[in-house]
Design a protein around this ligand. Sequence first.
Ligand SMILES: Nc1ncnc2c1ncn2[C@@H]1O[C@H](COP(=O)(O)OP(=O)(O)OP(=O)(O)O)[C@@H](O)[C@H]1O
Ligand SMILES: [Mg+2]
Length: 688
Amino acid sequence: MEAPMHGTVHLSDWQKSYFAIASGTCTPGQKADEYRAKILRIQYAWANSEISQVCAANLFKKYAEKYSAIIDSDNIETGLNNYAENILTLAKCQQNDSDKWQSALTTENVFGLKCVQERIQAGKNVQSSQMAPADALVLADKGVSASAAPGLPRPSAFSSTGESERCASSSKCTGRGPNFFEHPLSSKSLQSSVPPVTKTSDILPVSSASLSEQIHMGFQAAPLFGNKEMTSGASLKIPGNCSDGQNLSLPNQSSVQAWSGKRKAFYGLTDKGSTSTSSLAPCQASSTMEANSFSGNRNGSEESGAPGFRTAKEQLWVDQQKKPQSLQQRAPVSTYGGVKKSLGAGRSRGPFSKFVPPVPKQDGNENGGVQCKPHARGPTDPLLPVDERLKSIEPKMVELIMHEIMDHGPPVNWDDIAGVEFAKATIKEIVVWPMLRPDIFTGLRGPPKGILLFGPPGTGKTLIGKCIACQSGATFFSISASSLTSKWVGEGEKMVRALFAVARCQQPAVIFIDEIDSLLSQRGDGEHESSRRIKTEFLVQLDGATTSSEDRILVVGATNRPQEIDEAARRRLVKRLYIPLPEASARKQIVTRLMSKEHNCLSEEEIELIVKQSDGFSGADMTQLCREASLGPIRSLQSMDITTILPEQVRPIAFVDFESAFGTVRPSVSSKDLELYETWNQTFGCGR
Ligand SMILES: Nc1ncnc2c1ncn2[C@@H]1O[C@H](COP(=O)(O)OP(=O)(O)OP(=O)(O)O)[C@@H](O)[C@H]1O
Ligand SMILES: [Mg+2]
């Protein structure tokens, strides 16, 4: 059977292209174009019933796989996939988080490509040549079976692949994918079995109008790339065709997978009927690519081996996930004071911790007092938020108060204070008990907020203050008024304000102000401005502390010049206790207590004589008398070398030593001064 002229031309073209492909001289792009052209020709031949269904299917499969092998291969010499990678790489550099990347390729410029134009022209040539069915069969493939193309010689090339045998059995072919060729709109089996084709009005011949119509009406092709394959192979995106392209699918995807192997399909179909080789990247591919780049790659870009675009934000997220959990945990936020150095050496407590006596208590409970508060995490612990009341206070002031004003001296017991029984009882009543049982001392029983200890010098006022510090269980602040006016020049009023602020945070608290007369002396015209400001501030704070029912702050003032205290301050220090000179019993107590610690030979009578001779002595005077007497035994060793003498060689303290001491120690308080105290006590004092 002789092929028509136009068929010869076609055969010639086919052979030429086949030789070009087989010779290995063409580029991967040229090979892909040729394979695609062959596929188009197969479609054309099948559409015009020039080849059988089985033959078309086999040829289609063969060249589709060859075509896909080139398109999918990322081998730089034999594949085209590397081009896509290059484009992606370039695109990534210009991509940011908010931009939606779009390829520069459009339908228009794709149609402008030379290879596309050539294919379009080739299609037109086919249309004009009116290729004969028989020719088409021969051109389609040399291995088309006789049954598929009866009357034609059996091409050796095709039969050598063994496909003719497979195609000879229609049941086998249909068994591969019977539904694949079954189109619901098809009236002919051949038409229904056509593989997914590119709807190209420019390429398809007029005679294939029925097929074209079917395609246009509902023939759906699978997306060009599926899932992962799309990501790797589909880098091109044709904008504007997404809505249609995303729905492209074959009627039976499973058949397609079995049939095409690596690819599910390789055509994009648009409602406009425009298809090009560049349509290999349908919208679904691009959308999948986007999804993978943001989600898939986030989870496993390393797994897929396909580097996806990752924004800096995403990269940070990934990096953080890779970090050890311990490093991800935030370091605790240091609050105020947490990083400050403690001024006290070796103090583990922070500047806001409670006062802890440096010397441990030994018999505090035995004397009926209460221990100082144990160190506990209080409201001003550096690890806790700073009290609101301290936010307006300068930190250095707070630190000074905590380290210099809070009392750190040795503990003092009530028994250490000789005499002044009434004062001690009163202080216990208004200081210690309310601190221990605030629930009982409420209302009218509420303790006074201000105490003034007044009396001659050296009678134990400061000693009482120290005892309160230890026995009340309250936080004790001890400050000298003179230091307020001299030590912190210009900042005295700030210091006063800070002092009361810290005390409010450390409730219950006792603020002991020694020499309070220098702070609250009568205000006069010749008064210095700074001291006047301090006094005013103190009165304000004192007023607040003494009138507040919530605050448990006790202000204890001590003075040996009570008559100089401002009347406003005097009023606020409601409990004014006279600390007189020690009586005989108190003086005996002081001597006995002090001598008990030394090596002495004093008899009871001798002690009584000492007490009798020391009338008018203050507690400080009595202490000084005992000190002086204790030096008598040393002075008696005049003939011996003081550097070599042994302690045992020092004789005990005797009465003669006290007699000698009385010669040098005189009472420090005059009778005249005593009258002033007595008078003031009778006028303003609260004692008997
Ligand atoms: N009642 C007392 N019992 C025991 N010792 C006392 C007593 N009074 C005073 N002393 C001794 O005198 C020293 C000085 O006492 P303190 O400083 O308390 O006197 P003061 O009343 O505060 O004097 P000033 O008014 O001058 O401040 C004390 O360290 C203590 O040794
Ligand atoms: Mg004192």
